[in-house]
Design a binder for this molecule. Structure first.
Ligand SMILES: [Zn+2]
Length: 227
């Protein structure tokens, strides 16, 4: 059981209706019983369920990135957080394992970037720190923007084997003014060197439009160390 792990109603951070997914998991022959998960400080906004749910199948990588962008867009339009979204999927089946949106302001945690929220929820749901562990299908991260230095660094330890992003880091800094940190020029090559595939600038314009909308709506630029 993988994506199905997230459908359980005891998950405090996944405030979704569950019957549909219980049904779909049953149809896929997945077991529904599993131990209770510990709590997490991450709590996704309830509207997320209207965009994507665990167990959904998203066939193409382009559409997986589009869902990440859609999460970012809804997050901005609804005023629930920063302009970033991410999705963790099983690479081959396209099954959604978990999702994330930026929760820095809501949680008061500088690490609560959409990417880190998404992979943390996947790890908690599957009860493993290694999403690349034995017996698991390969998983990938789809994100509305290129990772900042914090997410880039963290990705090495997740077990994810591929990352696909929409905007560049420069887009994020130039359009919104977020500090993406001192990410090295060869950040992608360094991931590839550790067996993590990278694809960039898929649906970049769509994701940049979300960044511009965040600015237009006066979204908070939550950089640290600004006095
Ligand atoms: Zn980040």
């Amino acid at each position: 059981m993988l994506a199905g792990a997230l459908v359980r109603d005891e998950l405090p951070f996944w405030p979704f209706g569950l019957a549909t997914h219980a049904d779909s998991c049953e149809a896929r022959g997945q077991a529904m019983s599993s131990p209770q998960l510990p709590s997490t400080p991450y709590k996704l906004p309830p509207w997320v369920a209207s965009v994507v749910r665990p167990g959904d199948i998203i066939a193409s990588e382009r559409e997986r990135v589009r869902v990440a962008i859609q999460l970012a867009r809804e997050h901005v339009e609804r005023g629930t957080g920063g302009p970033f979204g991410a999705v963790v999927c099983e690479r081959e089946s396209g099954a959604v394992v978990s999702v994330g949106v930026n929760l820095v302001v809501q949680t008061r945690m500088s690490s609560a970037h959409a990417e880190q929220v998404a992979w943390t929820l996947a790890q908690r749901a599957l009860e493993t720190y290694d999403l690349g562990g034995a017996g698991l299908p390969r998983m990938a991260l789809y994100t509305s923007s290129q990772m900042c230095v914090s997410c880039w660094g963290g990705l090495f330890w997740t077990g994810l084997s591929r990352v696909v992003s929409a905007t560049t880091g420069d887009d994020v800094e130039r359009i919104v003014g977020f500090d993406e940190g001192p990410i090295p020029e060869d950040w992608a090559a360094r991931l590839e060197g550790r067996g993590i595939e990278v694809e960039r600038e898929l649906l970049r314009d769509e994701a940049c439009a979300v960044l511009r909308r965040y600015v237009e709506l006066g979204g908070e630029v939550y950089n640290s160390g600004k006095r």
